[in-house]
Design a protein around this ligand. Sequence first.
Ligand SMILES: NC(=O)c1ccc[n+]([C@@H]2O[C@H](COP(=O)([O-])OP(=O)(O)OC[C@H]3O[C@@H](n4cnc5c(N)ncnc54)[C@H](OP(=O)(O)O)[C@@H]3O)[C@@H](O)[C@H]2O)c1
Length: 331
Amino acid sequence: MDSNMYIPNADRYDLMEYRRCGRSGVLLPEISLGFWHNFGENHDEALGLEIVHYAFDHGICHFDLANNYGPPNGAAEERFGRYMKQSLHTHRDEMFIATKAGHPMWPGPYGDWGSRKSLVASLDQSLRRMHLDYVDIYYTHRYDPNTPLEETMQALVDIVRSGKALYVGLSKYPEDVARQAYDYLDAHDVHCILYQGRYNMLTRQPEEVIIPQAHKYGAGFIAFSPLAQGLLTNRYLQGVPEGSRMTQSNFLRPEVLTDELLGKLRELNTIAALRGQTLAEMALAWLLHDERVTSVIVGASSVEQLKNNLRACKNKSFTADELLRIDAILK
Ligand SMILES: NC(=O)c1ccc[n+]([C@@H]2O[C@H](COP(=O)([O-])OP(=O)(O)OC[C@H]3O[C@@H](n4cnc5c(N)ncnc54)[C@H](OP(=O)(O)O)[C@@H]3O)[C@@H](O)[C@H]2O)c1
């Protein structure tokens, strides 16, 4: 045996709870790992592998990617492909790997949105970058209002039939289109098993329609940016640290961190401390408190952060009083 071969923790599946993904045979870990940030060319490749190994060693078997994650576009999938080759390929059947297409990926009219041309070509590229024969779930990353929905959905159906994806999912689809998408897919015997949406203590809209709708249609719901990109952690409570996402990414601008928001985060942090949790732990536990939330996809720029996030699962119950106090702060 190669002495450099990675040998994962034998107890990993005892360290995580798994939830059924809608009306399907798939179980997902309560915590999943996302590759949007922290796995591009601007981040250390060896550190990324440490994070991935730590995740896998602790029962995280669901990894969330997209064609355009980087920077540059495609870099996160390429890096994930190298991790697979180096140390994870023998565990492929233990892993549930997601990718997506729909945001700008390559130049010209076929590099984004939801045409059959774009979805099929993009998946072929993703498989090559990740050194995979198939992905476990393929998402349409966003609704394309200019392509007939039937074309996008039929492309997903045909992709499943081709064996290049085992399941399909929707990301960020508005409610009315999501309904038509669920119906189309069901009518073509490719049940949509998962809806991916932004859901965290600061963005609660999915509670109103999207989560109940997914539940009604037998789809799971997976929350992205569950920590509001780091706002719902101790990262910004004492200022904006150098190297944090707020200093590095256009997706998290310093303007969002108003005095009012900071006040709320500090109040939430006090409740978390009374529960014996960090703010990050409480924010994740609060999402997982709802059984309809199949999993939360966290990002992590260090092993320490991931370690902290995994501790959320140790206490996911809230008293009625805690929930009321949290609601009052978030109003
Ligand atoms: N479908 C979609 O359109 C869509 C959109 C966005 C994201 N996603 C998916 O969701 C995943 C997660 O999104 P996200 O990265 O925004 O998630 P997030 O978990 O809300 O934010 C992750 C960031 O929060 C900070 N952080 C995490 N844990 C921490 C801790 N314990 N203590 C202090 N800081 C902590 C880190 O910021 P620093 O970098 O500052 O350390 C980390 O990079 C993505 O990777 C992607 O897979 C999907």
